[in-house]
Design a protein around this ligand. Structure first.
Ligand code: B12
Length: 232
């Protein structure tokens, strides 16, 4: 095919379209990603499937090539921008479940770290599951977490870190909570690609969650425990 031949996304079948969306995400083509998301939704795809199969799937490829030195920061930023375009369309749909408010979460990326896609995804999924989410953005110092959690009367503090150099900051936040005698006032959930279960335990978090779906399930379980404790 010559470069002049436009690919008509709507003419592709689902499998071809998702493959094309992987390419478009890789190339940072925001409008094409938004169009692809809309087409899949029109074809009856669940918003969650569009998110995980088309967008997160595409971002995984970007992540691998970034790791291997094939892609660089400017390209990854463009890909992230395209991903966010698609996520913006899905956000209201994921939040539209009409579920009763089951708890409140303050979520943010830790100090020194500006990665926010995973955090945003967790926030969206939590909202979709009926949680109220207060997003404090990126690069958060301990006071941002604790002041907001107090002001908002939150149940859960969620911390995200994507760098091995920033993940230890989660312990700073938890240690500060212990020092202030407020550790048990909140459920602390942590996540981000370089973390694991062991790290979560070592720093004193309540749970490490490998992805947004696990975050929702874990948050629900811990909220149920909290309610049981209160009524006991
Ligand atoms: C996109 C990206 C960027 C973008 C970020 C854009 C943005 N708005 O977020 C840009 C280009 C800015 C960037 C910059 C950098 N990046 Co970067 N980046 C990535 C990349 C490719 C993808 C991350 C991502 O969005 N993944 C998709 C989301 C959906 O997944 P996720 O974040 O893991 O989130 C899921 C789970 O982890 C979990 N989760 C996440 N957070 C939370 C929070 C809670 C509370 C819970 C419960 C769950 C949870 O649920 C999420 C959804 O399922 C990763 C590669 C990778 N494999 O992760 C590198 C990566 C994280 N980056 C890396 C590096 C080195 C950098 C830079 C230092 C590069 C540089 N030389 O400047 C800078 C750092 C800037 C800074 N100070 O933060 C390295 C880190 C290596 C390390 N050992 O620390 C990685 C691993 C790439 C690599 N292999 O080299 N990056």
């Amino acid at each position: 095919m010559s470069d002049d031949d436009e690919i008509i996304l709507a003419d592709l079948d689902d499998e071809e379209l998702v493959a094309q969306m992987f390419d478009d995400l890789y190339d940072g083509l925001k409008e094409e990603i938004e169009e692809g998301v809309n087409i899949l939704l029109e074809r009856g795809w669940e918003p969650y499937d569009v998110l995980t199969k088309a967008l997160v799937g595409g971002m995984t490829i970007v992540g691998n090539d970034f790791r291997d030195g094939i892609l660089f920061v400017p390209e990854v930023l463009l890909a992230a921008g395209a991903m966010k375009g698609g996520m913006a369309i899905l956000k209201p749909l994921l939040a539209e479940t009409g579920a009763p408010r089951v708890g409140k979460m303050v979520i943010g990326t830790v100090k020194g770290d500006i990665h926010d896609i995973g955090k945003n995804l967790v926030g969206m999924m939590m909202e979709g599951a009926g949680f109220e989410v207060v997003d404090i953005g990126i690069n958060n110092a301990v006071d941002n977490y604790l002041d907001t959690a107090k002001a908002e009367d939150a149940d859960i503090i969620g911390m995200s870190a994507l760098l091995t150099t920033t993940m230890p900051y989660m312990k700073v936040v938890i240690d500060t909570m212990v020092a202030q005698g407020i550790r048990d006032d909140y459920i602390v959930l942590v996540g981000g690609a370089p973390l694991n279960e062991e790290f979560g335990k070592a720093i004193g978090a309540d749970a490490y969650c490998r992805d947004a779906a696990v975050a929702v399930e874990t948050a629900k379980t811990w909220m149920a425990r909290k309610h049981n404790q209160m009524s006991a």
